[in-house]
Design a binder for this molecule. Structure first.
Ligand SMILES: O=C(O)c1ccccc1N[C@@H]1O[C@H](COP(=O)(O)O)[C@@H](O)[C@H]1O
Length: 215
């Protein structure tokens, strides 16, 4: 039997929504630490959220091109994962993985065949690879924009490379994404919100239901 699908709900800011997400049966929660994001939470808030989540659901802190002091500060909170969502090179990912002593999920932006070819550079370097839409030129952040990429680009991906999928997923599109691309996990932020940064209980529950039914 195939491994169960991993479902991550990202951009959680409150204990209330954390509880909703755990009760809905998600496998991972993500906390954004990037001031330009509408989902940004402080180090102190992340500490509280991780303490409440520990042992109940896997936790992941999303960082964008962090410096060493930021990595150390976040690693000290004891998350299960750090997600690197910036232009970090394979060498930098490796260094952060050693420095933090935490499993690393590397997000890679997909917008062209060249981007797909670049994925292999991170195999064996990151513990998990997350594919996301490449942000449009001029975007003020590298993710969380609710943008989808052209899934047909992944026909060129080496089928032995496992990946998680994100980028504009919603309760309406997640089943099709799972059936079409067979990722080992899915990740959503904007698609379970009523406004940027405002998560919605019913949308989280619908996403979970539709993703599980399709896997
Ligand atoms: O959510 C953000 O604002 C964000 C900012 C900077 C980097 C990543 C960000 N979000 C992550 O992007 C993917 C896809 O999000 P969406 O479902 O398309 O909104 C996901 O991992 C978010 O956590």
């Amino acid at each position: 039997m195939a491994d169960p699908l991993i479902i991550k709900i990202c951009g959680i800011k409150t204990l209330d929504i954390l509880e909703t997400t755990i009760a809905a049966g998600a496998d991972m929660v993500g906390f954004m630490h990037f001031p330009r994001s509408p989902r940004h939470v402080s180090v102190e808030q992340i500490g509280d959220l991780i303490s409440s989540a520990r042992g109940r659901i896997e936790t992941c802190v999303v960082l964008v091109n962090p410096d060493n002091s930021c990595v150390a500060e976040i690693a000290a909170l004891g998350p299960d994962w750090i997600q690197l969502h910036g232009p970090e090179t394979p060498h930098r990912v490796e260094a952060i993985r050693i420095e933090a002593g935490v499993e690393i999920m590397k997000a890679l932006p997909i917008g062209s065949a060249e981007d797909v070819a670049h994925i292999a550079d991170f195999v064996g370097v990151a513990d998990r690879i997350l594919l996301d839409a490449k942000p449009p030129k001029g975007a003020d952040r590298p993710g969380g924009l609710g943008e989808t990429f052209d899934w047909s680009l992944l026909k060129a991906l080496d089928p032995s490379i496992p990946f998680m999928l994100s980028g504009g997923l919603t309760p309406q599109t997640v089943a099709d994404a799972i059936k079409t691309l067979r990722p080992f996990g899915v990740d959503v932020s904007s698609g379970v919100e009523t406004a940027p940064g405002v998560k919605d209980k019913r949308l989280i529950e619908a996403f979970m239901r539709n993703a599980r039914a399709a896997s």
